[in-house]
Every structure is written in C-alpha cells, then in structure tokens.
Design a protein around this ligand. Structure first.
Ligand code: AMP
Ligand code: GLY
Length: 416
C-alpha cells in the first residue's frame, strides 16, 4: 500500500511509525516531512493541493492522511475526492469548525452544545458593551487561524477593549482578526478529546492532556505544547458519557444537517467545569503533541484510519491497548522566542518501552541535526502512568543536542 502523510512535525512522524509497526511493507511518502521521516519513507517537496492530488493519482496512491490543518483549510480533501482519491480528513466546509471560530461558536449555540458565553462581532461598540457585561478576566479571540496565537486572556475591561480594537483594525492578526469573539472566562481543567469520525459514527480515543506552557508548573510563555500523556484519569466514566452524548453526537448530527458531514479527527479542546464539559475549541486534526502519545496506544491504527475514510467505523473493531503513554517534548535552546543554531543529535541508547518522534530535525552529511523549535518527543509507555513517565524521562536523559530544554513534570496532573 502507498500512503501519503501531509505535514512535517512529530505528529506526522508518529503516525508513520504507528503504521510501520502494523505493516513494515507500507510505502510511505511525506509532504514535506522532516529530516527523520526520510528514514521511514520518501519526502516530497510538494505543497500545492492540486499538485499533490495529481502526483497521488499518477503514482496510484492508496491513501492520503492529512496531519496539519493548513492543508485542510485549503480544501485538499475536496480536491483529492474530486480526483477519486482516498483521503482521511474533513472537507473545507467541515474544517470550518477549526478555521473559523465564529462559525464554530454559532454552530455550538445552534445545536445547544455547552460553550463559554460569547459574542461574535466586527463592531467595536458592540464588543465594548458585551465586554462591560462580563467580569474579568475576559477572553478575546481572533476568528481565523493564527498558529495558536489568536487568543488573549485580558485581565481588565480596558485591556480587553484595547486588544479587540487591535484585532479589528487588522494590527494584531491581519484578516484573521477582523472578526472577533469575546468570551466569558471558564475556570476548570482542560482535556484534549479525540473522536475519529466517518460522518455518522466515531471511535473515541484515550483522553489526553497537553502542557502548553514552556516551564514546569505551567509557568512561562505559551508554546505549541511541551508534552502530553494519555489516558488521563481526570476523565471519569460519567464525564466521558457526557462528552459523547452532549458534544460528539450532536456535533456529528449538526454537521450532517448543515450539509457538511464530518469525517476525520474531531479534536475537542474541552474545559471541565464541575464535571461538566464545555467546548473551548474544535480542531479538525490530531493534536501535536497529543498524537505522539495516542498512536502507541492504538493496536490497529491503519484499520482505524481506513475504516473512517471508507465510512465503515460502525463495523470496525478498533483495539485500544490497556497501557499508558507519556511524551516529553525536547525543544531547542531559544524556543519559543527565536531560532537556535543547528546542532547534532546524539543518542546513547533507546531504553525498553521508549521511542522518539522527530519534529524539527534535518539531515546533513548523514547526521541528524536539531533544527530549532520543537526538535523531538521522547515517548515512554508502561502499565501505569508513573511507569510511562519514568520511561519517557530515561529516554530524555539518553538524547543530547546543544541547548536541549524540556519540562520535568509532564503528567503531573495525575501524579500529584
Ligand atoms: P483556544 O485556541 O480557543 O483553545 O484557546 C487557547 C487557550 O486559551 C485554551 O487552551 C485555554 O487555555 C484558553 N482559553 C480559551 N478560551 C477560554 C475560556 N473561555 N476560558 C478560559 N480559558 C480559555
Ligand atoms: N496540542 C494542541 C494542538 O495541536 O493544537
């Protein structure tokens, strides 16, 4: 089987690794991939969705898996389907659950799915009136994709108004901010929920938690995510039932009613307030670094993705292992502020029940180099979260590159 994977991060690497575990004969192609995906398949220097579809058709690809949202926002799924090609991911219209926060919030309201009280507007005066009706902190969000930077938590009414004005004028985020969402602040804990969907049915994956702050104890600036673990014991049975009944099912039914059936990964950024789940955001692809801890827990990931793409999840038998996984992101020295000089990655040994998922790496003279940003993820698995964590950190101590930084407390939420 020939499979194309779109993206360049550790998320895409971890998907590839999981597929290779199932069938080492799979032929994998990455666009664009990274310095390490070359060891799992072939990197393609192609970006344009139409060019990718033409290439996939010419080479008789069996499946395309979309890792990163940027391709989905461009409508790559529609383009592949027009060519009769199999692709795992939502259509451009269904991807609006992630690409337009105002669409997402209006959708949630229409289908009575719990979310923070909000106003969508492009009018500063209306925004002001709503801001004064809320008690700070107040959340201000840009409508469009802003690479995870489009959310401001303002401590005062004045700050919220100032940030809103900057977004509406285009100063903060260009066109992505010309429509804003003002939101009440919800206090609770966050979970990353993943449902793999085929339009009608879904498979719920183990519940994960991300660690967005750079430093231990959730201090420092926001990042793309410094680590994750799954499954989380913070999601009890009654909460999981509510998430399925009150969020996932009405979302699938609602999208169908809107004429945009949802196929692919529905990633719910949920805030749990007193055992009640609220939708903070939807994403329409796997989370990164959550994907890196989910892939090792799925016994048959290829069957999961094929069954979702072929709309036969209801009859598929997807097996989730009774194990835990912890992933610790090792980032370069200056992350997330600025780029870092390249440096060679050396690995002493790979302990049992651990592996690496690579992200910001390049190959130079056969040497694997740390190339800035989030460089790699050390993943440990085990029969308990503690064992998985110990394994992940054993691996961290065996991996070296200049300026390596990582959090020492991944999974602290369930190990207190
Ligand atoms: P989003 O991209 O909408 O998930 O927002 C990014 C982060 O901002 C979330 O992961 C939360 O930590 C925080 N956040 C967003 N909306 C709210 C809210 N209404 N209340 C509290 N925190 C929020
Ligand atoms: N881990 C959060 C994200 O992928 O958006």
């Amino acid at each position: 089987m020939k499979i194309m994977i779109l993206g360049s991060g550790a998320r895409e690497y971890s998907i590839a690794l999981a597929l290779k575990r199932v069938d080492n004969n799979l032929e994998l192609y990455f666009a664009p991939g990274n310095g390490a995906t070359k060891s799992l398949g072939t990197n393609l220097n192609l970006k344009d969705p139409v060019v990718l579809a033409t290439y996939a058709k010419e080479k008789n690809f069996d499946l395309c898996i979309v890792g990163s949202e940027s391709f989905l926002a461009e409508g790559i799924v529609d383009i592949f389907k027009q060519q009769g090609l199999a692709i795992f991911g939502p259509s451009k219209a269904a991807a609006m659950l992630e690409t337009s926060k105002s669409f997402m919030k209006s959708f949630l309201k229409k289908y009575r799915i719990k979310t923070a009280k909000f106003l969508n507007t492009n009018d500063l005066n209306k925004a002001k009136a709503f801001i004064y009706s809320l008690t700070p902190p107040i959340v201000v969000k840009a409508d469009g994709l802003c690479a995870g930077k489009g959310v401001i938590i303002a401590k005062t009414h004045e700050e919220a108004i100032e940030q809103t004005a900057k977004m509406l004028s285009g100063e903060s985020f260009g066109d992505a901010g010309k429509l804003v969402i003002i939101e009440e602040f919800l206090e609770g804990f966050e979970l990353s929920i993943f449902a793999v969907c085929d339009g009608n049915d879904f498979v719920l994956l183990p519940v994960a938690q991300d660690h967005k702050k750079l430093l231990d104890n959730d201090q420092g600036p926001n990042t793309g995510g410094m680590g994750a673990y799954a499954p989380s014991s913070l999601a009890n049975e009654s909460l999981l039932r509510k998430i399925q009944k009150d969020i996932i099912l009405p979302t699938l039914a609602g999208m169908k009613k809107e004429g945009s059936e949802f196929c692919g990964v529905l990633f719910i950024g949920a805030m749990i307030v007193g055992n009640k789940p609220y939708v903070l955001e939807f994403n329409v692809r796997f989370g990164d670094p959550e994907c890196e801890v989910l892939m090792p827990l799925i016994e048959n990931p290829l069957e999961l993705i094929l069954a979702a793409t072929q709309r036969r999840l209801r009859h598929a038998k997807i097996i989730i292992k009774k194990e835990y996984a912890v992933g610790v992101v090792c980032a370069s020295k200056n992350y997330p502020y600025e780029s870092s000089p390249k440096s060679e990655i050396t690995i002493n040994n790979i302990p049992k029940n651990t592996h690496i998922s690579y992200a910001g790496v390049s190959l130079e003279d056969e040497k694997l180099m740390a190339d800035g940003g989030r460089v790699l993820v050390c993943v440990g698995t085990g029969k308990s979260i503690k064992e998985a964590q110990e394994n992940a950190y054993k691996l961290c101590d065996n991996v070296h590159f200049e300026g390596k930084q990582f959090r020492k407390d991944i999974a602290y939420q369930v190990l207190k």
